[in-house]
Write a protein that binds this ligand. Sequence first.
Ligand code: ZN
Length: 155
Amino acid sequence: MFRIPNGIFEQYYEVVDSLYENENIGDTTNLITSSRTQCPNCIHGATSVYKTGGPIPFQLGVCPYCGGSNYINSETTEVIKLRTYTDKRKWIKVGNADIPDGSVQILGRITDLTKVMQASYMIFFPLSDWKYKLDSDPFPYGFGKKNFIAYCIKV
Ligand SMILES: [Zn+2]
């Protein structure tokens, strides 16, 4: 029976891990998560009504805090390292899934999985300011499929 000694797996992880540690390899990625919260300043009806205790009291018309939408949009940014591959020939094989044109494959650590999945979009600063969104399910890869994840993203 063919068996791979455990040491080889560990070496592999060390090599791949070091790719992420090296500042020059792996692209700095801003993960941006948008969230929408209810305006703390108004109660929404046909016109806005001041909510007692809100930061900007008003009497009539549109709430000055949210402009009348009754929601506040905010974004949080987290910076992680991902490797990006625009050349499909260099992609990790991700089964038989159809790959849409214009996709980019990104590789990241499994420890960043939740952040990547929850991000509204990602920007590869300073390479470009295009907003990429996830375009595939996460695909675990590597020996044991437990340390790294491949994804497809699209503008
Ligand atoms: Zn408001």
